[in-house]
Design a protein around this ligand. Structure first.
Ligand code: ADP
Ligand code: MG
Length: 413
């Protein structure tokens, strides 16, 4: 166990890699999230950031003489499928580590077992996509035990998958001493900070596609924040729920009640809410569609809101420059298309300028800060879309809970 240098109440309640020492000569099974975008035709990784973020854990284990066995899921394959192989990831990882990475097209079968046995201290082995095994998503004890037999201990560095009770995430911790990797730790620390005692004023900027996806998150945030910005397609629903004509915009009628309730809660708590004052609207849902700026309630029948307008951007910038903590989830518009990316990119650049601590969560939000080129200038950009949102909704993540419960370490009977 780690030295009791820090008071027990502030020590993380889950084990960390340091708690598994000494790891020299041990086989360490590391669950990573290598679910990265791959251009299959060219065998190229389009964005390797999830791989890069796990390097500290892998390098730490290599340097201390552990044999590192990596396991990850990729996509949602139905059985064995070469189009969902992790092969291209092994090649990229080898470049990044500047050392060979063994790869076997097997998860827990004889080939995987032989490769794990043959692995020497300081070497790295990547197993095939764990979702090729049907037991993975069913959290099958048989698969969890088979995974556990490959190694002496287990490290979970796959924060992006921590909201799944799967065999390589939850099940396996029942059979091996288990700990959180450095990326997992960093993610949890950043999110715990905004869940706990954020520096104030604390603002949340929430956008993206649906109110129904994020009503719980908004409810939780309204218990904590000093101000809220609502943009993206979800703002259309809030504006329409307030009785404004939003033309042909994407609107969720079923969520009008939830939207009104959230605005009412904010009013009762005197929390300022910034909704779009102007919008970039278009007749067509197309990358090269022509557009104009219009106020909410002033859209023509065929027009839809695809971004926030310049007045709204200015209002958001003004609010955020006073904030000391900001959480951002969800783009302000259809940022994938340049014509409708201005609002999202302006918010990203604003967050890179302000002196506040800035935490970003959400898959598309991560893509947006990467597109804006500001990723490195923000305090923390979560690699876990769904996981970060569930954590902030206050839901226990099975992957994290498993590391707490088995803090004394499991054993294969
Ligand atoms: P995240 O993954 O960061 O949580 P979401 O998945 O909730 O974000 O939302 C991202 C998607 O919302 C993007 O694909 C974006 O194009 C879309 N979107 C944002 N604003 C609009 C809008 N006004 N109309 C249609 N789609 C929008
Ligand atoms: Mg998304």
């Amino acid at each position: 166990m780690a030295e009791a240098v820090i008071p027990s109440q502030s020590r993380p309640p889950y084990r960390t890699v340091a708690d598994l020492e000494p790891v020299a000569g041990k086989r360490v099974l590391v669950r990573v999230d290598f679910n990265v975008p791959i251009d299959r035709a060219r065998g190229r990784i389009e964005d390797d950031s999830r791989i890069v973020e796990t390097l500290p854990t892998i390098e730490y284990l290599i340097q201390r003489g552990a044999a590192v066995i990596l396991i990850s899921h990729w996509g949602r394959p139905k059985g064995w499928d070469p189009e969902a192989s992790l092969g291209p990831v092994a090649a990229r990882l080898a470049q990044l580590l500047a050392c060979p990475v063994h790869f076997v097209p097997d998860v827990v079968g004889e080939k995987a077992q032989a490769a794990a046995r043959a692995l020497k201290p300081g070497e790295v082995l990547l197993l095939e996509n764990v979702r090729f095994e049907p037991g993975e998503t069913k959290n099958s004890p048989e698969l969890a035990q088979a995974l556990a037999r490959l190694a002496d201990c287990y490290v979970d560095d796959a924060f992006g998958a921590a909201h799944r009770a799967h065999a390589s995430i939850e099940g396996v911790t029942h059979y091996l001493p288990s700990a959180a990797g450095f990326l997992m730790e960093r993610e949890l620390k950043a999110l715990d900070e905004i869940l706990g005692q954020p520096d104030r004023p604390y603002w949340a900027v929430i956008g993206g596609s649906k109110v129904s996806d994020k009503a719980l998150l908004l409810e939780e945030l309204l218990q904590k924040v000093d101000g809220l910005v609502i943009g993206g397609a979800m703002a259309n629903t809030f504006l329409a729920a307030e009785g404004l004509d939003m033309g042909a915009s994407k609107v969720e009628k079923d969520a009008f009640g939830a939207a009104r309730h959230l605005l009412q809660t904010a009013r009762e708590r005197a929390i300022p809410v910034i909704l779009p004052q102007d919008l970039v609207v278009s007749d067509e849902f197309r990358a090269d569609a022509s557009w104009r700026v219009a106020e909410p309630g002033r859209l023509r029948a065929q027009e839809m809101a695809l971004d926030i307008g310049p007045k709204t951007v200015a209002a958001v910038e003004e609010a955020l420059c006073h904030a000391r903590t900001v959480f951002w989830n969800g783009p302000m518009g259809v940022f994938e298309w340049d014509a409708f990316a201005h609002g999202t990119l302006a918010v990203a650049r604003c967050l890179a300028r302000v002196s506040a601590k800035v935490v970003v969560g959400g898959g598309d939000s991560l893509a947006a800060v990467t597109k804006a080129g500001v990723r490195e200038r923000l305090t923390h950009v979560s690699t876990g879309g769904g996981a970060s949102l569930e954590y902030l909704e206050g839901k226990p993540l099975p992957g994290v809970e498993a590391l707490r419960q088995t803090s004394s370490g499991g054993a294969l009977s």
